[in-house]
Design a protein around this ligand. Structure first.
Ligand code: URA
Length: 209
C-alpha cells in the first residue's frame, strides 16, 4: 500500500480551516491555498537526494550540500492544480512544470484527457503531481497512469483534501505512489464531492461561481 502522509502542522491546519469557510472570498481562498501549498512543498521534498559540492565562503573553502539530480517536475492537473502550483514554485523555483488536462465526465465521473505537456527527460526526473482534491480518485489515477508511460524516477501525489474513498482508489490503482494531504475528510457524496470538504476547489480559486 502507498503511504499516506497527513500534514498536521498547525499552520497547515489553521489555513485549511479558513479556506473551508463558505464566506472565504476568492482572494483569501487563493492566497491561503498558495501559502498552504508552499508548506506542503516542504513535506513532499523532505527526502530529496542531496550531493556534496565544494564551495568557497568569504572566509574559507567548505563542503556544502545541494540537491542532487535533474530538476523536479510539478505536474498540475488542470484546472484546480494551477492554484497549488505557484505556492510550490515559491519554494522550489527551479522546478519544471507539466500540465495534464482532464475533465470529469459529469455522468460517469470518469476522467477524460484533453491536454498533456511535459518537460523533456522525464525518465531522469522525480515527479510531484498536484491537485487540491483527491475525491473519486479518477483524475489522479488517470494522470499517474499517463505519467508512468514516461517512466519518471518517482511519482508523488499532493492534495489539500481527500476522503477514504479517494485514498482507497488511489492506493488500489497505484500502491507505489505516496499521497500527501492536509486532511482526510469523512466521505464522498453521490456527486463526487468531499464532505465536509470545501466545495468546488476550481470555482473557489478562480471565482467562477
Ligand atoms: N473536486 C472539488 O473541487 N471538490 C470536491 O469536493 C471534490 C472534487
Amino acid at each position: 500500500m502507498s503511504q499516506v502522509h497527513v500534514v498536521d502542522h498547525p499552520l497547515v491546519q489553521h489555513k485549511l480551516s479558513l479556506m473551508r469557510k463558505k464566506e472565504a472570498s476568492t482572494n483569501s481562498f487563493r492566497r491561503l491555498l498558495g501559502e498552504l501549498a508552499s508548506l506542503m512543498a516542504y513535506e513532499v521534498t523532505r527526502d530529496m537526494a542531496m550531493q556534496d559540492v565544494e564551495i568557497e565562503t568569504p572566509m574559507e573553502k567548505m563542503t556544502a550540500r545541494v540537491i542532487d539530480g535533474k530538476k523536479l517536475v510539478f505536474v498540475s492537473i488542470l484546472r484546480a492544480g494551477t492554484g497549488i502550483l505557484d505556492g510550490m514554485l515559491s519554494v522550489v523555483p527551479g522546478a519544471r512544470v507539466g500540465h495534464i488536462g482532464l475533465y470529469r465526465d459529469p455522468k460517469t465521473l470518469t476522467a477524460v484527457e484533453y491536454y498533456f505537456k511535459m518537460p523533456q527527460d522525464m525518465h531522469e526526473r522525480d515527479v510531484v503531481v498536484v491537485d487540491p482534491m483527491l475525491a473519486t480518485g479518477n483524475s489522479a489515477i488517470a494522470a499517474v497512469e499517463r505519467l508512468k508511460e514516461l517512466q519518471p524516477k518517482s511519482i508523488k501525489f499532493v492534495c489539500l483534501l481527500t476522503c477514504p474513498e479517494g485514498v482507497g482508489a488511489m492506493q488500489r490503482a497505484h500502491p507505489d505512489v505516496p499521497i500527501y494531504t492536509a486532511a482526510i475528510d469523512r466521505q464522498l457524496n453521490e456527486h463526487g464531492y468531499i464532505l465536509p470538504g470545501l466545495g468546488d476547489a476550481g470555482d473557489r480559486i478562480f471565482g467562477t461561481k
